[in-house]
Design a protein around this ligand. Sequence first.
Ligand code: NAD
Length: 504
Amino acid sequence: MARHVLSSTTLKRLEQPAPFWIDGKPVRSGRTVSLCNPATGQSFAECHVSTGHDVDQAVAAARAAFVNPDWAGMNAAVRARILWRLAELIDAHAIELAELETLCMGKPIAAAMRMEVPFFAETFRYFAGWCTKISGMSAPLSFPAGDLHGLTLQEPVGVVGMILPWNGPLVIAGWKIAPALATGCTCVIKPAETTPLSLLRFAELAAQAGVPDGVINIVTGSGSEVGSAISRHPGVDKLAFTGSTGTGRALLQDAAASNLKKLSLELGGKSPVLVFDDADLDAAVDGAVDAIFGNSGQVCVAGSRLYLHKSIRDDFVARLTEKANALRIGDPMDEKTQLGPIASQAHLDAIHRRVEEGVAGGAVLLCGGRQADSPGSYYPPTILDVADQSNVLVQDEIFGPVLCVATFESEEEAIALANGTRYGLAASVWTSQIDRAFRVSRAVQCGVFWVNTHNIPDLGTPIGGYGQSGWGRELGHLGLSEYLQSKSVMFKISPAPMSAGRLQ
Ligand code: NAD
């Protein structure tokens, strides 16, 4: 077994409670919480916790930085170079960042090293490229307005509050922080209670890269205290949120009750995987396994509903359960581990309760479904036959390694099943017919659609939800525009008469 050995830098960092970060400086509140390693169930570090007063300080620092010419007036090419330098520093500290991710949330170290951290770094390179390309337009005027001239400016929205989940602590932060920096916004960021360490280390790297003090502020603590202090704060111009649909609703109310701050919401999903009888079944079986069991199913776009053409169901399910049972589940510091623990015992208990509820409602277990009898919060790959589409396992996001399977007989039925929940985040179709792929991609209501693959995000293609999966988009040019507002400027200019002399 190739077990990853923690670097001496990380071991040293864990000796002291981690401070949070305001105005370019570490802050120690004196009130700390223990962080639990889900692989062992044991506390492994402590973190200082912020208060509402700290949120006020962070917002004040972000406001001061927003109007400071050092940031607001920064040349776009200089801004781009800072983002690029930050990406290089992330790469240079990849091991440390990956270790902190794995310790806090149980993501296998191999996935943290090969995907999470490199994708995080690349996000800053991608948005570095946009810095010098943010521009308005010269507007052709509709009324014959004589000597009027119109143009638009693209301006940053201001101080952005970012409230984050625990399932991709760095990647999901990067989708918000990188476009915010590229456009000239400033940030007050709250990571999830259980996963603050990698982002706090990132704040130090940002300062090293040349991000001015006050542009990035990170506060720690609970959603009910620190999160809502951000969402209700009158000094925050926009909220960028990723998390559950229920919390998204609460933030809407906070925004309405405070200063009508702008909102982008990346919420839950219940993404369907549709496999037709003309698909490459080897690829589809592997794809369905990856779609639901990657990161132990704790992925917003996880393919948690599998719909199979009736004619392939028995063979497909036999192969699927064999592959699921063969996945290596265990210590996330083992470089061969494919499924680490569930991010917390409380979340594991919630997953298991849902599975039991689903079974009581008629779902039939095909594999998994039991909590492992070992320290740490492990849950096996679980697959259930769920014919009744009103079953809780079909309708509710479980956010764990739990897949429900049903069949269809026609393309129309497959589309209706795919569209049969309140969510609309992602979907995939597996087929060898391009015309079918095109039709189904148009008919399924979701923000991201894949053909013959699943869960391959890219920096250039926006991600976001239809229905109750959210508002707005992240990544791509649409993700950038969430941090910009447009100002129209009209000039009345009386041109000086041209003289022959001036042309000479
Ligand atoms: P959550 O909603 O419980 O918490 C998310 C964040 O909100 C945390 O930082 C939490 O402290 C904070 N929070 C909670 N209540 C709050 C309140 N009243 N006011 C302000 N902040 C509050 O979600 P989670 O369990 O951390 O994450 C899992 C959820 O995230 C899943 O539903 C998943 O689908 C979703 N998610 C969506 C995407 C996407 O891109 N659509 C990506 C990843 C995760």
